[in-house]
Each structure stands twice: as structure tokens, then as C-alpha cells.
Design a protein around this ligand. Sequence first.
Ligand SMILES: *Cc1c(COP(=O)(O)O)cnc(C)c1O
Length: 382
Amino acid sequence: MTDQTYRPSTLLVHQGADRDPATGAAAIPIYQASTYHHTEGRSGEYDYARSGNPSRQQVEDAIALLEGGVQGFAYASGMAAIGSALSLLRSGDHLIAPDDLYGGTWRYLSLILPEQGIEVSFVNMTDLQAIEDAIRPTTRALFIETPSNPLFNITDLRGTVEIAKRKGLLTLLDNTFMTPLLQRSLDLGIDVAIHSATKFLGGHSDLLAGLVTTADPELAKRLKRFQNAFGAVLGPFDSFLLSRGIKTLKVRLEAGQSNAEALAERLQEHPAVARVYYPGLADFAQRDLHFAQAAGPGAVLSFELKDKGRVAPLLAAVKLPIIAPSLGGVETILTHCWSMSHAAIPAKVKEQLGIKESLLRISAGIEDVEDLWEDLEAGLGN
Ligand SMILES: *Cc1c(COP(=O)(O)O)cnc(C)c1O
């Protein structure tokens, strides 16, 4: 890896290696090979592509550099990254997770982990006391997501890490929404940082990928062993696309964030809108906590319509946003959480969590904000 003293925006561009050591090519090539010649029968730096590949190595080094980890790991999707990170738990362990978790993670934690002998408690993680109260003798780890989505609940990362250190628990943070540019997980004391790189890090809605890193060499060794044994690795072509996406993260995120700020303010003023959820708003309840641990509000916001009957006409009317369950692309993405991103969560649970049918999520892209607003405003009616 290169010198760690570079600042994040420089690291984004130059990453672990910014040119091919073999040829000087300005981009690390797509090393599309499953295995490597063993000269005179001896293995070199790379021996088989599940264990390592130079295209994948570049994004693994990039995430380690960006978060301040000792080693990075790239997987075939964000869920593969989450599942692989949770391999640090064993049968008989107990895990605490937020009750308003990303839908796919909720599915994995509530349906798959219990079958493997790992019990999970879902608690309101905005309440540090609720976390403490959920701890059992078998509790081994805390899984955190902040801001949560789509309701933007903020978990106090320093407070949660303090509890975990006192009780000897591992902390895993899904840092997808903030990226390492806005929220430096490992600096805040988190043990394992996880990203769905499908979102902002990739940034172009053209790949699935997951990244994990840790500052603890012992955890890194176990993650490496599981990655090699289980094999849910990111392929060379997707690694190339991800590396290319990471190079422009700063300009994309800043542009999307500034569009999100403008849209959140205008939506708040719109008569058809009941409520806007966005950490960048002046009256966002947990604003101080969010900005104590993150450098910006991010590029995603949610809003509730006064009349849920207006959701379908809005989705039919808008022309610019992709209507889909994803976020973090250069194009604006509009999500009906109830039926898309949170479809895996039963209706009753969604209602308890406050995820209404009238709720929509916007991942602001980098288009001209006036075009975005005109499109949305026309769809909202009056
Ligand atoms: C999308 C997402 C995931 C899952 O990532 P995939 O790449 O779709 O597997 C996990 N966590 C959060 C917060 C996400 O937004």
C-alpha cells in the first residue's frame, strides 16, 4: 500500500496503486484470470484468483486506506460483505442490531443467522440504554447502521463503542450511506467497517459490490481466512468498475449532497408533503449528534406525502429519476420504500417502525437541481 499520509480526496484518485506495475498503464488492468503460473513450481505473490487478484487488490487497498484499516476485503455484493463480516460470530453467540435495519440485512439476520445458531435482538439503537439492556452473557457483537434508512435515525457511534469496549463486544458498522468520506468508522472506534459499494462507492448503478475493512490485524486474519474459504469474492471486471467509480466519489458525493440539501428544503415547503427526513435540515432532531460523527448530511433523504393516494401518480409522472430500490448513483433514484427497499419486512413491522406507505426516498444524483425540482414539483401536483 502507498503512503497513508495522503488526504482522503487524494487517496480516492490514487488508491492503493494508480498505475500497473508491470506496464505503467494509467489504470490497473482487468486481470481476467483464474490462476497464476507458478514459476519453477513456486507460488508468487498471487497463486489462485479466489485468494487474490491484482484488480481486486486495488479496491481492497483503497477501502483500507480510506477507512484507516490494516487490510481490505472485496465481495460480490454488499450482502456478501455483511454475511462474511458476520462470520466472525459463532453458533451460540448473540447479536444486537437496530430495529430499523436495511431490509436485506434484516432478512439475513432474522431468517438465516438463527438457523446457524446465532440469536439476534433488534433494538432501538438511538437509545443507548436499550442497547445495554439487550446485552446478555452470550452477546458477542453490535451491528450498527447510522443514519438508518428510510427514517434517518442516528445512533451515537462514540456512545455505542464505549458500551461495546466496556462489555468486550465487537462493533460492526454498515457505513454505506455516509461512505468513508463523511464518516470515518474506524477512527470512531468501530472494529469492522462494511460498505455496500453498489451504492456511492461504485456510484453508477452498474455493479454489485461489497467492501469490508478493520484496523485489527487479528480480525483481518480471520476475515481473510473466511473470504478465501467461502469465496464470495468480487470479480476482476467489477473490481475495475468499482475502482473507476471510487476515483470520482468526492465530486459525485458533493454534487449529490448539495442537490439533496436543496430538494429537502423545497419539499419541506411543499403543501403536498407532510414531513421530510434529512440530517441536513435545520430542524432535524438529531442534527447535532449526526454532525458530531459525520462531516455531512449525505445525498439521501425521505419524505412523506400527506395523501398516500398521491404516491402512484407521482411515480407515474416523474421523468428523470429511476424508480428503483437502490441509491448512490449519478442519476437520481426514487424509491417507494414500502414496496421496494423494505419489501422483505412484514407490513406489521414496517408500521411499528413508522415506515408508511406514503413515504418516498430520494437518492439525489448529480443532475441540475432545477430540472430535478421541476420534475418532482410537477409530479407532486398542488
Ligand atoms: C444496498 C445496501 C446493502 C446491500 O448491498 P448489496 O450490494 O445490494 O448486496 C446493505 N446495506 C445498505 C445500507 C444498503 O443500502
